[in-house]
Every structure is written in structure tokens, then in C-alpha cells.
Design a protein around this ligand. Structure first.
Ligand SMILES: Cc1ncc(COP(=O)(O)O)c(C=O)c1O
Length: 353
């Protein structure tokens, strides 16, 4: 506490990201990073950028990257907004589009950054519980609101929501913005991007951190009607005109253009996930259906926190959430390589003996 702090700082409860341990030789399955490197074309693009001058500011509008993203989705460049990771994009979304007199709606179990942004911007929220199967029931969102946001697939559960359900929601909720956070969509969940031209209040956010294996580069984007995008640009240009540096723009553009590599790595992750789910079930875990690059699993008898600690003793790091209480028994396990899955399953076999 400091007398020099602005009033708002005293009330903040900041987001706590998953640990980035400084130790080597860990099986790191805690922050949903991709086990495979980015496309080799990204590395070439970054090297070329090193050869260019860093003396100059980057393009404040990231036009090259915007064009590559627009082309990838069959949208116009003015339907794309780019930011420093989708976290920054989401921060602008909360301020530009979700701050109204009516409450913002989001699920009880969801990405824990949402309540943090509400605290930062003074946005009132109403928490809508998931059903007993940890699913979003869109009919629960048919109530007065200043906006709706949830990830699809949801985090940290990984449970996907069918596109027909999202369209149902958009049909009855026409007077506020609906944000679908698609950080993990490429691992087998249906994207809502194809609905963008039909629903002017739909905004979809995505990231290059997961399926394109560029968590370290920090690039994310939002896709939607040009008027929604204009609101985001107005906030960005009142905050930081240059959120994406020259490396990020060059590397991200190459990543968006290498579709073959992207599809290949996503398929590998999906195949490893299927095998891991089987392995976990054989060890008496219940695993929620996952459309993400992680699974959410609880053991029939063993406690989530204790299992997490025992795995850590064996240099395997996964994520465990103490709150809310109904997810405390669960482990969130990032999909790594087949070798890492084997190391995890071997360690669990020993622990559970
Ligand atoms: C649901 C969800 N949305 C957004 C993000 C932010 O990703 P990034 O800022 O790396 O783009 C994450 C990161 O873990 C996430 O889990």
C-alpha cells in the first residue's frame, strides 16, 4: 500500500499467470504452450527483420499482418484489430465495448482475466454458472446485459460449445456485444468467425500463442464488424500506437501464411490429446471433453492439489486451480509431445500405486 497510488490501484486483484520456472529438464505442461516450435518460415522472417533497421518505428496499423489475417479468414482488413497478445486485445475490448450501465455476463468457471479487467475498468459483472456437465447453456444468458464474453472452448475446462448454440445466442442477444474468445479454437472446436458478416455485434478474438506456437512473440487479434474494430482502434491509439514491434509483425505474418505447418501441428496435438485421454481414463481419471490443447481431468479418489505436488516432485508441472471449489479436484494438463504424455502417465502410474 502506498499513499502515492491512484485510487483504483488499491482495489486491484491482478491476474496470476501460470508459472514460468527457471529450471531446465522440466516436463512443462502448465501454461498451454505448443510443444512444437513455430513454422520454420517464421524463423526466416525474424532473421530477415534483424537485418533490417530497428531505428524506425513499426507500422502503427500492422497493415501487412492485418492483410494476412484478413486473407486467412476471407474478411476485409477493416474487420481486423491487432494487439500485443490477445490479453491486450481483450483489455481494449473490455474498455471499448463492454463497459456499459448493464452488467457484463460471463461463466463462473472461465478465463480468470475477465474479472481482473472488470476490476481495472470498473465494469459490473454477473456470473452465470456452468451446468453440471461444465457446459455453457446459452439460454441462461437471455437476460438484460451490457455484453457477454466467454472462451470457446472454455478455459480452464476445455469444453467446446457448438456453433449452433452461439448462433442461437446471437439471435436473441442483438443489443450488446458478444465476444467469443477463441484462444484454443484450432484444436478441434468450430470457430464463430463464419458468423461475423451476419451478426454486427459478434466479436471473435484469437491468438498466435497456442496453435501457431508464438507465445513468446505476443500477438493476438480481434475479428468483427468494422464499427466494433473502430472502437478498439480508438482505444489503442489513446493508449499505445505501436503495440506490435517489427519482429512480431514479421513473424506473425509468416505464421499466418504457413497454413500447411499450422494444420500439421494442430493435428499432431489433437492426436496426442486423444491418446492422453485414453491413458488417463485407464488410470481412473474422469476427463472432460476437450476441444483445446489441454485436458481437465479429476481422479476418482485422489485429490487435485496433492497430485499436482507429487508430479512436481517428479519435475512435471501441470496447473491446479484451488477456486472455485467445484474445480479444485481437477488437474489442467497441457498437451505436450507423445514423449511428454508418456512421462506424465508413467509418473501418475507410480504415484497412484
Ligand atoms: C482463454 C484465454 N484467452 C486469452 C488468452 C491470452 O493469450 P495471449 O495473450 O497469449 O494471446 C489465454 C491465455 O492463456 C486464454 O487462456
Amino acid at each position: 500500500m502506498s499513499k502515492f497510488w491512484s485510487e483504483v490501484v488499491h482495489g486491484l486483484t491482478p491476474y496470476v499467470p501460470g508459472e514460468q520456472p527457471k529450471l531446465n529438464n522440466l516436463v512443462k505442461l502448465n501454461t498451454n504452450e505448443n510443444p512444437y516450435g513455430p513454422s520454420p518460415k517464421v524463423i526466416v522472417a525474424l532473421q530477415l527483420e534483424v537485418a533490417e533497421t530497428l531505428r524506425l518505428y513499426p507500422d502503427p496499423n500492422s497493415d501487412k499482418l492485418k492483410a494476412a489475417i484478413a486473407e486467412n479468414f476471407g474478411l476485409q482488413a477493416n474487420q481486423v484489430f491487432i494487439g500485443n497478445g490477445s490479453d491486450e486485445v481483450l483489455a481494449h475490448v473490455f474498455q471499448a465495448l463492454l463497459n456499459h450501465s448493464r452488467p457484463l455476463l460471463f461463466p463462473d468457471i472461465t478465463y480468470s482475466f475477465y474479472p481482473v479487467y472488470c476490476g481495472l475498468y470498473g465494469i459490473e459483472s454477473e456470473i452465470i454458472p456452468l451446468n453440471n456437465q461444465f457446459e455453457i447453456d446459452v439460454s441462461d444468458y437471455d437476460r438484460p446485459n451490457g455484453g457477454i464474453i466467454f472462451p470457446n472452448p472454455n478455459a480452464p475446462t476445455g469444453v467446446p460449445l457448438a456453433l449452433v448454440e452461439i448462433e442461437k445466442l446471437l439471435k436473441f442477444n442483438t443489443e450488446s456485444v458478444v465476444v467469443i474468445d477463441e484462444a484454443y479454437v484450432d484444436f478441434g472446436t468450430e470457430s464463430a468467425v463464419k458468423l461475423i458478416n451476419a451478426y454486427p455485434n459478434l466479436l471473435v478474438t484469437q491468438t498466435l500463442s497456442k496453435a501457431r506456437s508464438l507465445a513468446g512473440l505476443r500477438v493476438g487479434y480481434a475479428l468483427g464488424h468494422k464499427d466494433l474494430i473502430e472502437a478498439l482502434v480508438r482505444v489503442k491509439d489513446s493508449f499505445n500506437s505501436y503495440p506490435i514491434d517489427r519482429f512480431a509483425e514479421a513473424g506473425a505474418t509468416a505464421a499466418m501464411q504457413d497454413k500447411a505447418y499450422f494444420e500439421q501441428t494442430c493435428e499432431k496435438v489433437i492426436a496426442t490429446r486423444a491418446a492422453l485421454v485414453q491413458g488417463l481414463q485407464a488410470l481412473d481419471f474422469e476427463v472432460l471433453p476437450s476441444g483445446a490443447n489441454f485436458v481437465f481431468a479429476k481422479h476418482k479418489t485422489h485429490d487435485g492439489a496433492a497430485l499436482t505436488e507429487k508430479l512436481r516432485d517428479k519435475n512435471i508441472i501441470i496447473r491446479h486451480f484451488k477456486k472455485p471449489a467445484r474445480i479444485a479436484p481437477y488437474l489442467r494438463i497441457t498437451i505436450g509431445t507423445d514423449t511428454q504424455s508418456k512421462q506424465l502417465l508413467d509418473a501418475l502410474t507410480t504415484i497412484l500405486k
